[in-house]
Design a binder for this molecule. Structure first.
Ligand SMILES: NC(=O)c1ccc[n+]([C@@H]2O[C@H](COP(=O)([O-])OP(=O)(O)OC[C@H]3O[C@@H](n4cnc5c(N)ncnc54)[C@H](O)[C@@H]3O)[C@@H](O)[C@H]2O)c1
Length: 253
């Protein structure tokens, strides 16, 4: 599917990997709706990028909020054919810690935002994509989700985060199968360690230390490299049902 002339929504588009994706897509001729809860950053980015980018205040866990965001996108740009899910939170709590068992509410919240939120957005976006006229490849839409290498090698304290990301990795294939009839593809990217506000806040020394575990190149990933893969997934009609690691060959202990 061509980016140019397509309409995309990017959840978590106000920051980090999502923001880089918004920039890449807009620079290559797509109209983009930023779905995020951070209105200040989202509005600012939309203003910076011009009239083919809008911000919609969306909580991915809330059905009405997502439906309103999608309706606003279609009202402004006329259709929807690309959905990139980047909204997520990173949590770190041990299964049993000093204060007792992992609070169930924290586990549920992580699953709710990362996994349920992803599925909530993709199902509502897919309904709209299915209404599109098929292109010459029979495609009507593309969904790109964001897993993590924690889906495969979760660390201490990552039971909730790894479970949420494992769920995202697991649903690529069944969603691709469900939506094949509609001409909609679904893939996930499993990033390793990326230099987003999350890591920037840790400082230069910590980033250098973390980068030592990366096989090659020995550095954290750039958000633009994530955006570039998201673009490739959109453009390559034969990529479907797969979770692709993007990690400089890091294999966490
Ligand atoms: N940065 C990394 O190294 C890395 C590695 C692996 C996976 N990931 C995943 O990539 C995604 C993006 O990470 P990032 O580093 O860019 O993080 P980030 O914190 O920079 O951006 C996440 C964005 O999601 C938004 N968000 C959070 N909850 C939301 C909700 N309920 N509804 C709508 N928006 C919401 C936030 O406001 C924020 O703008 C996450 O799913 C994260 O788990 C990141």
């Amino acid at each position: 599917m061509q980016l140019s002339g397509s309409v995309a929504i990017v959840t978590g588009g106000a920051s980090g990997l999502g923001e880089a994706t918004v920039r890449e897509f807009a620079a290559n001729g797509a109209s983009v709706a930023i779905f995020d809860m951070n209105a200040e950053r989202g509005e600012q980015l939309a203003k910076e990028l011009g009239s083919n980018v809008i911000f919609a205040p969306v909580n991915v866990t809330d059905e009405n909020s997502v439906s309103e965001g999608i309706a606003r996108t279609i009202e402004k740009f006329g259709s929807l054919s690309i959905c990139v899910n980047c909204a997520g939170i990173a949590t770190a709590t041990k299964t049993v810690g000093r204060n007792g068992p992992h609070p169930l509410a924290d586990f549920t919240k992580t699953l709710d935002i990362n996994l349920n939120g992803t599925f909530n957005v993709l199902r509502l976006a897919a309904v709209e994509m299915a209404k599109n006229d098929a292109n010459e490849n029979g495609e009507r839409g593309v969904i790109v989700n964001t897993a993590s290498v924690a889906a495969f090698e979760g660390q201490k304290g990552q039971a909730a985060y790894a479970a949420s990301k494992g769920g995202i990795a697991a649903l690529s294939l069944p969603v691709a199968r469900d939506l094949a009839y509609n001409g909609i593809r679904c893939c996930a990217i499993a990033p390793g360690l990326f230099l987003t506000p999350l890591f920037e806040a840790l400082g230069q020394d910590v980033c250098v230390e973390l980068a030592k575990d990366v096989t090659f190149p020995k550095r954290l990933g750039k958000p633009s490299e994530f955006a570039s893969l998201a673009r490739t997934i959109v453009e390559n009609a034969y990529l479907n049902g797969e979770t692709i690691r993007l990690d400089g060959a890091i294999r966490l202990a």
